[in-house]
Ligand binder design. Structure first.
Ligand code: KIV
Length: 274
């Protein structure tokens, strides 16, 4: 789908229709200029709550607020014409129950224009997902390593190894039956992710879940080499923009100190005095 240019914005039903046909290309984005550059190549732009760690320096996603998501969601929508924009529901905005989730999901969609929300959780979130979908809110589910539960999961560990795989299969089936249009599988053994992808009717979007998922997602600042605090094993760096930017800043600082910048071509002169 990402290879076939179209002026129409993709809908959740278009993403669902890619199952078994073409891999779904997803990247997180948080700002207008980055949305502009990612939009032509991606099927889904995810305004992830990773924005808290990547752009705001928070230690985890737990401190991300509705206001932060709305601000970044609006910015991304200004830069995206073609890809479906999905927006994360932040920690504490949906876990109380379906009514709280609906109120906040509706606010996220109404105030940003995003076409779908993402929330974390499997079996225990199925009722909430069904409630949202029945009321017009497309939901991307997220199972496996769910970073908002880092404190109960005991860290950012691989999920579903060995017998624990059955728990993730139950989660995948539950979110599918609840009506999610896709599901993120984070940090799951590749064999299990392949089995789940073959078992359910909606696209699985892997991050650290191997090549047999129906699509892939990465955090854009990770793959561009802009976020360098730590690097999970599943991150492939497609560029080293952080290094390039640091070199540019150092070159600028040296030229300011040596007065090489601004050279005449970057300066204005008084024509009258010529
Ligand atoms: O917040 C995020 O960026 C995410 C992706 C890693 C899937 O949830």
């Amino acid at each position: 789908m990402s290879a076939t240019a179209s002026l129409k914005r993709l809908m959740p039903s278009d993403i669902l229709a890619l199952k078994g046909k073409a891999p779904v290309v997803v990247l997180t984005v948080y700002t207008t200029p980055v949305a502009r550059l990612a939009d032509p190549a991606c099927d889904v732009l995810l305004v992830g709550d990773s924005v808290g760690m990547v752009l705001h320096g928070l230690p985890s996603t737990l401190g991300v607020t509705m206001e932060m998501m709305i601000l970044h969601g609006r910015a991304v929508m200004r830069g995206a014409d073609r890809a479906l924009v999905a927006i994360d529901m932040p920690f504490g905005s949906y876990e109380e129950g379906p009514e709280q989730a609906f109120r906040n999901a509706a606010r996220l969609m109404a105030e940003t224009g995003a076409g779908a929300v993402k929330l974390e959780g499997g079996v225990h979130m199925a009722e909430t997902i069904a409630f949202l979908v029945a009321r017009g809110i497309p939901v991307m589910a997220h199972i496996g390593l769910t970073p908002q539960s880092v404190n109960t999961l005991g860290g950012y560990k691989v999920q579903g190894r060995g017998a624990d795989g059955d728990r993730l299969k139950a989660d995948a089936l539950a979110v599918t039956e609840a009506g999610a249009f896709s599901v993120v599988l984070e940090k799951v053994p590749a064999e299990l992710a392949g089995e789940i992808s073959a078992m359910i009717a909606i696209p699985t979007i892997g991050i650290g879940a191997g090549v047999d998922c129906d699509g892939q997602v990465l955090v854009i600042d990770d793959m561009l080499g802009l976020f360098t605090d730590f690097r999970p094993k599943f991150v492939k760096r497609y560029a080293e923009l952080g290094r390039t930017a640091a070199e540019a800043v150092a070159a600028y600082a040296a030229e300011v100190r040596s007065r090489a910048f601004p050279a005449p071509e970057y300066s204005f002169f008084d024509e009258v005095k010529k």
